[in-house]
Design a binder for this molecule. Structure first.
Ligand SMILES: Nc1nc2c(c(=O)[nH]1)N[C@H]1C(S)=C(S)[C@@H](COP(=O)(O)OP(=O)(O)OC[C@H]3O[C@@H](n4cnc5c(=O)[nH]c(N)nc54)[C@H](O)[C@@H]3O)O[C@H]1N2
Ligand SMILES: Nc1nc2c(c(=O)[nH]1)N[C@H]1C(S)=C(S)[C@@H](COP(=O)(O)OP(=O)(O)OC[C@H]3O[C@@H](n4cnc5c(=O)[nH]c(N)nc54)[C@H](O)[C@@H]3O)O[C@H]1N2
Ligand code: SF4
Ligand SMILES: [Mo]
Length: 705
């Protein structure tokens, strides 16, 4: 029996764990209580990975479709790896030789691939070798607004100053539920506990959210209700207040910024009294918050998917960072700061300086975080000229995760070839020609590269594979390299002893690290120094002038839109309902729904949550079946009361709807319904600046089914 130091790769904290192994068998998975940074923090999902590893519904062999596309359920027969790879390569070469060239082949790199340090690089390299620009991923359904805003303000998409919770006196949290979701683009152990410590020290924490989330308790901060998709106006009003009273910090702006007048002019449109009605936040409260924030010794800010997914995520993130900057909190201890672990995070990015815009089959577009708008994938497949003919999906489930399920299902069935590399059958693999078994995190070695720049206490950790891949499961990089080789492209498999970690090893040398050295360290972990906030931030800036752009020119059309949306919101019917998402502790996006923990009664329900007073106003009792509909789609769900919701707001959990995924035997028994049917898709369904899809604050009507 041996114990392996490893770490979870389900969500962004990448919690350290210990795996007890007997020969090739995993005996137990447990928290690593002695880990120098995490001290045992991890969650139910991570610990459920041993069940995932053993799940009898896992994909174990390559599968080839034998019934017609469009016919559900899909029927597959096992084939050998060689047969699958050869046929896929042949068909990809045929498509590549056609009109669209490399752009005939599209890629979707799902969320788990971000936590696979060599897999993610392998897929990006494959797209590069093919010359395909048709790259998609969950980022445009998650946080691409932040990438676009950072590029415009700081000169790089991957610069995201994180809140310094350890030293802050005031923490303002927009659109995130850290207790349940454990944060994104900010990786800290036990975030809920860190927030509790701020309150314990006498600091102030405010959770701005349409729902009184689990993260807001007397010990972890106040809840400030806000109407969905209006955060931009609250932020503008806070900046307006600060500008009128204390003023912006001239010394800071002179040293580090340009175009501050543009910012001041913009926020002048939004005094607290004007935004109160639209946001639902009383003017006096906005004034108090602005005062407390600007007067705090050190104040910090954070926002996540709840704001990202609104119609103006880029503008909101800009104003959030400006709030930090003009109060002197950016690059300050206790404010927001950039950390370095493996090296400056911006160095790991891919900005080339070339004009990013090009004519795609669905209009003039650019990549953000390497991705085109996910909601346009069906439009690219259906394009009249040079359509996408093949799609390679690695660890993603776009059918359930992108807005517009039916539209995507129909488009996927018109493809010449759909290859999905996954560990489970999914709603997406049901449309595939080939389904190839990947490995789970316990079956592959890795390094926590994705954490770089987002950890308040930087550390690097390596993990060996805890157990060898079961059955015929194969590492994602190897499958990609095998397809490349069979297509006649340069491939890692051309080498006698291919090691996908060679490149990573070179990358981490910048921090004086190597995989070899990490393997020798206790916990396979190297704890790195916490950088000086001010120095790091200034050093990280990548704009030409090395200054922060406080009002980027590229925002001009979006700022006009901000004014137009404000007018629209003011004119809205006060009695209407707006839909938001609600993550639960049981699932990770669309997966983990097949493990027993997720089969508990509390977890299998997938209701529409509504405030009891809104239900009463519609004559709806708890438990009744309701039809939820809008211009984009319709679904039926059970009604559940939720007094934590603001009036006028309803919520559902995303990632459900496995009614047509028979291979997931537990999940398909209580499938729930895919809420993304109610979200806009196609042209006009995303923010132009960032490709980010509109997914929160979407109007819906509800009535008894
Ligand atoms: N258990 C669990 N953990 C997860 C995941 C999971 O599915 N399950 N997913 C992981 C992933 S991929 C990500 S990206 C992260 C996301 O992590 P978070 O961004 O923290 O995600 P959520 O918990 O969905 O929190 C979003 C919050 O925004 C609120 N909200 C909705 N609309 C608005 C709005 O217009 N304004 C404001 N201010 N708030 C709004 C919602 O009520 C919700 O509380 O979580 C990760 N962790
Ligand atoms: N309405 C609404 N929609 C949302 C969101 C929301 O809050 N509300 N959240 C959005 C966000 S933040 C995200 S990130 C996206 C997620 O969107 P996606 O990345 O498309 O979807 P996931 O559900 O994360 O799917 C992950 C897939 O990878 C597989 N998988 C898991 N581990 C591995 C592995 O190690 N190897 C391989 N090969 N496969 C693996 C799983 O079985 C699953 O099929 O969803 C978005 N969609
Ligand atoms: S918080 Fe995320 S990374 Fe940590 S154990 Fe849970 S699922 Fe894994
Ligand atoms: Mo995400």
């Amino acid at each position: 029996m041996k114990s392996v130091h490893t770490f979870c790769r389900i969500c962004e904290p990448l919690c350290p764990m210990i795996a007890d192994v007997d020969g090739d068998k995993l005996v137990a998975l447990r928290p690593n209580r002695e880990h120098p940074v995490y001290q045992g923090f991890c969650c139910n999902k991570g610990l459920a990975m041993d069940e995932v590893h053993r799940d009898p519904d896992r994909l174990n062999v390559p599968l080839k479709r034998i019934n017609a596309k469009g016919e559900l359920p899909a029927r597959f027969e096992p084939v050998s790896w060689d047969e699958a790879i050869d046929d896929i390569a042949r068909r990809l070469n045929t498509i590549r030789a056609g009109d669209a060239g490399g752009d005939g082949i599209a890629f979707y790199r799902g969320n788990p691939l971000s936590f696979n340090s060599v897999g993610v690089r392998a897929l990006a390299a494959f797209a590069g070798k093919l010359g395909s620009r048709m790259c998609f991923g969950p980022t445009t359904q998650d946080c691409s607004n932040k990438m676009a805003a950072s590029e415009a303000m700081f000169g790089h998409q991957m610069l995201h100053p994180i809140p310094d919770l350890e030293h802050t006196d005031y923490f303002l949290n927009f659109g995130s539920n850290p207790k349940v979701s454990k944060l994104s683009l900010f990786h800290t152990p036990h975030p809920h506990e860190r927030i509790r410590e701020v309150v314990r020290r006498g600091g102030t924490v405010v959770h701005v959210n349409p729902r009184h989330v689990e993260s807001a308790t007397p010990a972890t901060g106040d809840h400030l209700p806000i109407r969905p998709d209006t955060d931009v106006y609250l932020l503008a009003a806070m900046l307006n207040e600060i500008h009128r009273n204390a003023g912006f910090r001239e010394d800071v702006l002179a040293a580090h910024a340009i175009n501050a007048e543009g910012l001041a002019q913009f926020v002048q449109h939004y005094p607290a009294s004007r935004v109160a009605e639209v946001t639902g936040v009383p003017a006096s409260q906005i004034e108090t918050m602005a005062r407390e924030f600007s007067q705090a010794r050190a104040a910090s800010v954070y926002m996540s998917t709840g704001v990202n997914m609104g119609r103006q995520g880029t503008i909101a993130y800009w104003l959030l960072m400006m709030l930090s900057l003009v109060t002197g909190n950016l690059g300050r201890r206790g404010g927001n700061f950039v950390t370095e672990g493996f090296g400056p995070p911006a160095k790991l990015g891919i900005d080339s300086g070339a004009d990013p815009w090009f004519d795609s089959g669905a209009g003039r577009l650019r990549h953000i975080a390497g991705c085109l708008p996910g909601t346009l994938l069906p439009d690219m497949i259906g394009a009249k000229a040079k359509p996408v003919k093949a799609l390679i999906v690695v660890s993603g489930n776009p059918v359930l995760s992108i807005p517009g399920e039916e539209r995507l299902r129909v488009a996927l069935d018109t493809l010449d070839l759909l290859v999905a590399i996954d560990i489970y059958p999914s709603a997406t693999t049901e449309h595939a020609d080939y389904v190839l078994p990947g490995v789970d995190m316990l079956e592959r070695r890795d390094i926590n590269l994705v954490n770089n720049g987002f950890q308040p206490q930087p550390f690097a950790q390596y993990t060996a594979a805890v157990v060898p891949p079961a059955a015929e499961r194969r590492e994602e990089w190897r499958t990609i390299a095998a397809i490349e080789k069979a297509m006649g492209l340069p491939s890692l498999l051309d080498e006698a002893e291919p090691d996908p970690f060679d490149e990573v090893d070179t990358l981490i040398q910048a921090a004086g690290l190597s995989i070899g050295a990490l393997r020798e360290m206790p916990h396979n972990t190297c704890v790195m120094p916490v950088p000086e906030p001010a120095d790091t931030f200034v050093r990280s800036l990548k704009t030409n002038a090395r200054k922060i752009d406080c009002c980027p020119r590229t925002f001009e059309p979006a700022l006009e839109r901000t004014h137009a949306i404000f007018t629209e919101l003011k004119a809205e019917d006060a009695g209407g309902l707006k839909l938001i998402s609600r993550r639960t502790i049981h699932m990770h996006n669309s997966w983990l729904s097949n493990v027993k923990a997720a089969a508990r009664p509390a977890a299998i329900r997938n209701p529409l949550w509504m405030h009891p007073d809104d239900a009463a106003a519609r004559g709806l009792n708890e438990g009744v079946s309701v039809r939820v509909h809008n211009a984009f789609g319709s679904l039926v769900a059970d009604l559940e009361f939720d007094g934590t919701l603001m009036r006028g707001v309803v919520a559902m959990t995303h990632g459900r709807g496995n009614d047509r995924t028979p291979g997931l035997r537990i999940a398909s028994r209580s499938p729930g319904v895919n809420v993304n049917r109610l979200l806009p898709a196609g042209p006009g369904s995303f923010e132009d600046l960032s490709n980010q899809a509109f997914m929160t604050g979407v109007p819906v009507d509800v009535e008894r089914a």
